[in-house]
Write a protein that binds this ligand. Structure first.
Ligand code: SF4
Ligand code: SF4
Length: 225
């Protein structure tokens, strides 16, 4: 597997005659990567900002530290195993990941040409739910409750400010996820991600271009049309 690459990285790929050329984000493109980061950071910055404010209000800085630790552990280590290691971009030689999302991460894990299994898909959904919704909403809930309990010391402005920030965070996380699903997931070559929406006929053509991937997918029961 060490020397295997995908048509995404193969400079000799016959893209000019490929019927799905232009339908997938199958070649590295800095513009796509930049936009991907913009979408994700727009979704996550209000949560981090809110945790800083709540840290000031409650003097509980462990919440912010825990969230940043979770972020680094997930995107820098575990997500690379359950999601990225199955992506055709991961097949490139070398220890640094070059891709349209987690670009620049260290490749702790070997490349896995087959699709994500059920546990890995669950982990991907779990990551999105916790990172963008469950943790930030719980933290805002904690902050608002704290201000309500200590209302005499904080007052209405602090309370309304925190509620406004919680609403902004929720809207930003939702619109970030919707933008990702609308503009990225329908073209993404990590086909077995639970959010992926590439039509099966295009997945099949990509697999026909990539025999090692094709075999790994067929070994798990995938049928080409
Ligand atoms: S699927 Fe492969 S061969 Fe087809 S356009 Fe994309 S990189 Fe080129
Ligand atoms: S399908 Fe969407 S969420 Fe999944 S790896 Fe691709 S861009 Fe990311």
């Amino acid at each position: 597997m060490e020397n295997y690459t995908t048509c995404t990285w193969d400079e000799k790929s016959d893209c000019a005659n490929c019927s799905i050329a232009g339908k997938l984000a199958c070649k590295w493109d800095k513009k796509i990567l930049t936009n991907f980061h913009l979408i994700n950071w727009t979704a996550i910055v209000p949560a981090i900002f809110g945790m800083i404010i709540i840290g000031y209000i409650t003097s509980n800085w462990w919440i912010l530290a825990g969230y940043i630790g979770y972020f680094l552990f997930m995107f820098g280590f575990l997500e690379i195993r359950f999601l990225c290691s199955h992506c055709p971009y991961y097949a490139k030689e070398g220890k640094t990941l070059h891709c349209l999302g987690n670009h620049g991460a260290y490749k702790f894990w070997k490349y896995r040409p087959g699709p994500l299994n059920k546990l890995e898909k669950f982990m991907m959904n779990f990551l999105i739910a916790t990172m963008f919704f469950v943790i930030p909403i719980s933290v805002f809930g904690y902050g608002i409750t704290y201000v309500l309990i200590n209302y005499d010391g904080f007052g209405l402005i602090t309370l309304l400010g925190l509620i406004g920030l919680a609403a902004t965070n929720f809207i930003a996380a939702n619109s970030g996820l919707n933008t990702l699903k609308r503009f990225y997931c329908p073209n993404c070559v990590n086909f077995s991600c639970p959010l992926n929406e590439v039509p099966k006929e295009n997945v099949d053509i990509y697999l026909l271009n990539n025999p090692v991937m094709r075999k790994a997918w067929e070994d798990t029961g995938w049928k080409l049309n």
